[in-house]
Structures are given as structure tokens and as C-alpha cells.
Design a protein around this ligand. Structure first.
Ligand SMILES: [Zn+2]
Length: 140
């Protein structure tokens, strides 16, 4: 049977779990749709493909750029060395597109563990600059 999901589960104020759709402004929706589209486009970006090829080892495995371990393709994450959204917060669409579709040198191949660690550090920094990020959202 198909599950009828409206949105992620949230803990409501009374402590019960419930589903509600997060309300978003038109600016937030537009930004979210465009980010998803640009992320998809990067999958076909030649410099990204070149980076994957560079770190691939025959037989479908690869070497993680950080831990240097040889891992199977299933745990491969293609990472932007300089993140698409800077840790200082959102800057501009021009900057976002330029970083998303970057040169081969800015791509690295990581294992899921190293990628997660890197992302956690970046997200912590972003969280500290969140007020900055929200201010930019409405300047687009
Ligand atoms: Zn690793």
C-alpha cells in the first residue's frame, strides 16, 4: 500500500508526533527549486566527471582524498572542496552557480564517512552564521 506522506514528521508543541507541511514563502520555494535544478545539472558537468575518473581505480573502486583508503563505488561522494554555499552564508546566485559548476581542481572524491565529517563541520559553521544567511535570502 502506498503511504500518503505530506511532509517530514515534526514534534508538535504538545509532544505528539504529527505531519504538517512547512509553510514557505515564494522566495524560499523559488530558491529551493533552483538549487535542486542546479545540483542536477552538476551531474553532467565534464570537470566533475574528470575528477571521478582521476580518482577511480580499476574494478569500480576509488581512493578517498582524505583518509586515503580504497573503497567501493557505493560509498563514493563527489565533493566540492570549496563548498557551493560558503560557510559564511549565502552570497549570490552568481557565486552559487560559479562554485557549483567549478573547475576540476575543486572536485574531490571522498568516502561517505569523510564526506559526512566535512559536511558536519561546514554545517556547524553555517549555523553560526545563520542570521547572515537569512538576510541574504530576501535580497535575491
Ligand atoms: Zn575517507
Amino acid at each position: 500500500m502506498k503511504k500518503n506522506r505530506v511532509g517530514p514528521k515534526y514534534n508538535t508543541k504538545n509532544g505528539r508526533k504529527g505531519r504538517r507541511k512547512k509553510e514557505r514563502s515564494i522566495e524560499e520555494m523559488r530558491k529551493s527549486y533552483l538549487i535542486k535544478a542546479i545540483r542536477k545539472i552538476t551531474l553532467y558537468w565534464e570537470p566533475r566527471k574528470a575528477a571521478i575518473k582521476r580518482q577511480s581505480i580499476r574494478g569500480g573502486s576509488f581512493q578517498c582524498e582524505i583518509c586515503k583508503k580504497v573503497k567501493q563505488k557505493g560509498s563514493r561522494k563527489v565533493d566540492h572542496i570549496h563548498p557551493i554555499v560558503p560557510t559564511s552564508g549565502w552570497d549570490s546566485w552568481d557565486g552559487y552557480i560559479e562554485r557549483a559548476l567549478c573547475k576540476e581542481e575543486n572536485w574531490q572524491i571522498l568516502c561517505t564517512i569523510c564526506h559526512q565529517n566535512k559536511s558536519n563541520i561546514e554545517n556547524d559553521k553555517r549555523r553560526n552564521n545563520k542570521s547572515n544567511d537569512e538576510a541574504f535570502l530576501f535580497e535575491i
